[in-house]
Design a protein around this ligand. Structure first.
Ligand code: ACO
Ligand code: OAA
Length: 371
């Protein structure tokens, strides 16, 4: 039996959701280029596309908009939990626990799609309530008149977003919404394939996304730019980092062997928003890391990935660095749940193999006879 470390190049399902061309750096949701969706679409419309397989007409879009905007509030038990949890808790742990509590509270008999929409509509509320309560600020209840992205920004910052903030938020969420069989989506499927419930699948996704090799890399990438401090230090920093065997965070990808198209799009928006926020120096450092990093690693097919610029984007939008993976999850939940629904149409228990390399037939010794 062949060992495929990291399951590289192993297909676990057929999908009509997302297609990636890792050589050319192209990404399509349901056949639509990520470049077009980022430019012309918004969170609600792209979520509809990913969940239902087509762009919605006006009525369909309005129906989804209403479901997403009227299900944002949390049960009191979860609000109390968020207010009482320790202020330095990891936001991914808080999110994971809050989704688990939602699962406990859930008594409705709606199908997985309806539950998925409700979970999606509540994640920004969980993140924003925790953000404000850890800073001893009053929580801001959701505003049904605002779009998903605008409301997220509003619940966090206490003011409605400007045009550039609103577009940047929408674009960021669109870019993170799905990415074929990444580690967190696979974790969701493993759980779903046992015919467990959708809350449990989403929790598995959050748990896998948290790690610094996956969704946690956005915070690590920003940390690098802050540590570098000035663009004249970039070359030295990269050399030291690579020579000491550390990875450049926000670089490299299992599928992309060229520039991640999402990073390309994110970079343009980050350039604009950092100017507006007075932190353009961080963009300049990031841009220098991008260029010098490619000189060092590009020949191995290692280029910036989505997490490289998204940390700087989320920072510009007001999020604390430890919250970036949770913001990522607020969008990826659409992809996770779409893949679960797709997989369950043709379910088979996911149960791979391990190649045993230990001993067999060892003699059991009573405790007192062991060395
Ligand atoms: C949303 C996302 O999840 S995007 C990914 C976010 N993660 C990061 O940015 C973390 C940094 N990047 C990485 O650790 C990796 O590129 C991963 C985990 C994303 C992909 O890893 P894999 O496809 O498994 O590649 P693997 O870990 O086997 O690395 C292959 C080689 O490239 C090197 N490499 C990979 N990424 C990097 C990097 N960021 N910096 C320096 N070297 C790297 C490895 O050291 C290894 O070198 P070697 O063959 O000389 O030992
Ligand atoms: O596809 C991957 O392995 C990681 C990634 O970029 C994502 O999940 O967005």
């Amino acid at each position: 039996m062949e060992l495929r470390k990291g399951l590289e190049d192993v297909a676990v399902k057929e999908t009509a959701i997302t297609y990636i061309d890792g050589e050319l750096g192209r990404l399509y949701y349901r056949g639509y280029s990520i470049f077009d969706l980022a430019e012309f679409s918004n969170f609600e419309e792209t979520a509809y596309l990913i969940w239902y397989g087509k762009l919605p007409n006006e009525k369909e879009l309005e129906e989804l908009r209403i479901k997403l905007s009227t299900n944002r509030e949390l049960p009191d038990s979860i609000i109390n939990y968020i207010k009482e949890v320790k202020k330095d808790a990891n936001p991914m742990d808080v999110l994971r626990t809050a989704i688990s509590m939602l699962g406990v509270e859930d008594t409705d008999n709606s199908d997985i799609m309806e539950k998925s929409i409700k979970i999606t509509s509540k994640i920004p509320t969980i993140i924003s309530y925790f953000y404000r309560s850890r800073k001893n600020l009053e929580i801001i209840h959701p505003d049904e008149t605002l779009s998903h992205s605008e409301n997220f920004f509003y619940m966090l910052n206490g003011k409605k977003p400007s045009e550039i903030e609103s577009k940047s938020m929408d674009v960021s969420l669109i870019l993170h919404m799905d990415h074929e069989m990444n580690a967190s989506t696979f974790a969701c499927l493993v759980v779903a394939s046992t015919l467990s419930d959708i809350y449990s699948s989403v929790i598995a996704g959050i748990a896998a996304l948290k790690g610094p090799l996956h969704g946690g890399a956005n915070a690590e990438a920003l940390k690098q730019f802050i540590e570098i401090g000035d663009k004249k230090n970039v070359e030295d920093y990269i050399n030291k980092r690579l020579q000491s065997g550390q990875r450049l965070m926000g670089f490299g990808h299992r599928i992309y062997k060229t520039y991640d198209p999402r990073a390309k799009i994110m970079k343009e928006y980050v350039k604009e928003i950092t100017k507006e926020k007075g932190i353009y120096n961080l963009y300049e450092i990031a841009n220098a890391v991008d260029e010098i990093g490619i000189k060092e690693l590009g020949n191995k097919g290692i280029f910036p990935n989505v997490d490289f610029y998204s940390g700087l984007m989320f920072y510009s939008l007001g999020f604390d660095p430890d919250m970036f993976p949770a913001v990522f999850a607020s969008s990826r939940v659409v992809g996770w749940t779409a893949h679960v629904v797709e997989y369950l149409k043709n379910n088979r228990l996911i149960r791979p193999k391990a190649i045993y390399i230990g001993e067999i037939g060892r003699k059991y010794l009573p405790l007192e006879d062991r060395q």
